[in-house]
Design a protein around this ligand. Structure first.
Ligand SMILES: C[S@@+](CC[C@H](N)C(=O)[O-])C[C@H]1O[C@@H](n2cnc3c(N)ncnc32)[C@H](O)[C@@H]1O
Length: 267
């Protein structure tokens, strides 16, 4: 199912990794992942989330604060019974590993452009094929997946459409306008509402929204480390001034988690 990111020919296993008939070779890292991001496709030396963001997200997620979000994602994926699935923008693999547990008979793939993220993710499951790759040029064959998961990640709709088999779908998980409201209120004078449905306006011809649902609950963040990690793993962390960051970190915080799930199906 893997294709060469340079010439799109099928990739086959060879002694130290995978190779295509044209001789493009990609080594498997010691941790088990494949690096399918050729240097000419990189816009920076270390694209994607950096080590600090990845570590903050890993610590926060390990604290179980988003476990209900992951559990519902896994249950929705299991209802679809995909034979092959891909987590696009998998980060350090917290959600991916729970998808793999919920889909034991399926073949799972996961990719992220951040090597730091995939290096850590690869420890979470030996059954998932972990890839360092760009979501703009996904190294999998056309119509090869029954389910794509996109969790708090950007998305390339044309690649989504290309990869999905007919009847397959995208399971997208993203924030609603209420998500982390109290954190944003401590950071910004003027908390701008965002449009929960903006992504729906981007659905390409050939796909349609079939199911949506929401999940919300309140999280009590008593530990300063949890508040610092939550800030560091979101774009708010690097946008805010030091003084505003301190407003979040110095006081206990009760914060709303408000998530939206959409199943967007390929015709
Ligand atoms: C907010 S994080 C979400 C990670 C994970 N799904 C989670 O929720 O824990 C977004 C991820 O998208 C990745 N990313 C950003 N641009 C990408 C691209 N062009 N191709 C692949 N991954 C990308 C980042 O490296 C980061 O890990």
């Amino acid at each position: 199912m893997l294709i060469c990111p340079i010439c799109q020919a099928p990739l086959a296993e060879h002694d130290t990794g995978v190779a295509c008939p044209a001789g493009h070779r990609f080594d498997r890292a010691r941790q088990g992942y494949l690096n399918l991001l050729p240097v000419q496709h990189k816009k920076s030396r270390d694209p994607g989330d950096n080590q600090q963001m990845v570590e903050a997200r890993r610590r926060f997620l390990e604290g179980g604060h988003y476990q209900p979000v992951a559990a519902r994602l896994a249950a929705l994926a299991a209802e679809r019974q995909p034979r092959r699935w891909l987590d696009v923008g998998c980060g350090e693999g917290y959600y991916t590993a729970q998808l793999a547990d919920a889909l034991p008979a399926a073949q799972g793939y996961a990719l992220d452009i951040s090597r730091e993220a995939v290096r850590r993710a690869a420890r979470r499951s030996a059954t998932v094929s972990w890839l360092v790759a760009s979501m703009a040029r996904i190294p999998l064959a056309d119509a090869s997946c029954d389910l794509l998961a996109s969790v708090f990640s950007p998305l390339d709709w044309q690649e989504t459409l290309r990869l999905l088999a007919p009847g397959g779908g995208l399971l997208r998980v993203g924030p609603t306008h209420e998500h982390l409201y109290e954190l944003r209120a401590r950071l910004y004078e003027d908390v701008r509402p965002y449009d929960d449905e903006k992504h729906l306006t981007q659905i390409p011809t050939g796909m349609r929204l079939v199911h949506s649902e929401k999940l919300s609950y309140t999280l009590q963040l008593e530990a300063a480390q949890d508040r610092a990690d939550l800030l560091a793993m979101t774009p708010h962390g690097w946008r805010a001034t030091a003084e505003r960051r301190a407003r979040v970190i110095d006081q206990p915080l009760a914060v709303t988690v408000a998530i939206r799930y959409d199943w967007i199906q390929r015709d």
